[in-house]
Design a protein. Structure first.
Length: 280
């Protein structure tokens, strides 16, 4: 080698891999140190130092890894990449690299915990939006449990519940009409609530013909007018009488003592009695 010539300028210049290895050793580093700084696998760094680029995924990776290697040990990565392109062109004629993809700079890569946290937050937002769009929390389907009460005062949630669909009428149709505001609950043979609310004065309810052994609970039996197919029957109880588990099917009402047709005007008299002051 002529005096003043560098290894790259001699008759047999050093390969890019040899130059990288020499610079690494001069800096007192081993391949583990370079791998830690660049996050490039050890086997790929070793292949670059041996100029064994066939072990790398492609020439693109070879260029990117070599530039990161050079940058990690303080070499001129641009000049080294130019030499490596020439070297690769000699070893694999006709091979072309349109783009160079370099491994990410460790200082610019977010910590794994931060990446997982961001992904989890994004997932929660997506799921929350889907739940909101589905209307799961709009409260329209939430039924507030109603305690059994024997007075007219009832939770406001009862009145907010949607009124049941009126049952089809037919022979033996029982209709309850509120003379004054009155709360009631109707259950079937399975103790399932069929109807429950505070009825306003004048409001009517048709007991479903399909209800199995319907029974009533109310604190004002006298506040209800009861008819079967339009025929008024005797009140379910006396003034301000609480009744529970009393059958209100057509058969049960007809079987009651005094279930005969009431004289016309009975309901009007009942309304007057309920609304008039008590005479002593």
């Amino acid at each position: 080698m002529v005096d003043g010539e560098t290894p790259e300028q001699g008759l047999f210049p050093m390969s890019v891999g040899e130059r990288l290895r020499a610079a690494r050793e001069a800096a007192g580093l081993d391949l583990n140190d370079v791998s830690t700084r660049t996050r490039i696998p050890l086997r790929h760094l070793a292949a670059i130092e041996k100029s064994n680029y066939a072990e790398l995924p492609s020439q693109t990776y070879a260029l990117g890894f070599a530039k990161s290697y050079a940058r990690a040990i303080g070499m001129d990565e641009i000049a080294l990449a130019t030499d490596l392109r020439i070297e690769l062109g000699r070893t694999q004629p006709g091979a072309r690299d349109a783009n160079v993809y370099e491994p990410a700079d460790p200082s610019r890569v977010p910590p794994r915990l931060l990446a997982w946290t961001a992904a989890l937050v994004a997932l929660i937002i997506i799921v929350g939006y889907g739940v909101w769009r589905g209307g799961y929390f709009d409260g329209s389907d939430v039924v507030t449990p109603v305690p059994v009460a024997e007075t007219q005062a009832q939770p406001a949630a009862i009145a907010a519940r949607p009124a049941p669909v009126a049952a089809a009428t037919g022979p033996g149709q029982v209709v309850l009409t509120a003379i004054v505001p009155v709360w009631l609950r109707i259950t079937d043979a399975a103790k399932t609530t069929v109807f429950q609310k505070e009825m306003a004065a004048g409001e009517t309810y048709q007991v479903p013909l399909t209800a199995s052994d319907p029974r009533i609970l109310t604190g004002r039996a006298d506040a209800l007018k009861v008819t079967i197919d339009g025929r008024e029957v005797a009140p379910l109880g006396g003034a301000k009488t609480t009744i529970r588990d009393v059958g209100i099917s057509a058969a049960a009402l007809n079987a009651r003592v005094g279930a005969s047709t009431l004289p016309s005007g009975t309901a009007a008299s009942a309304v007057a009695d309920l609304r008039s002051p008590v005479q002593h």
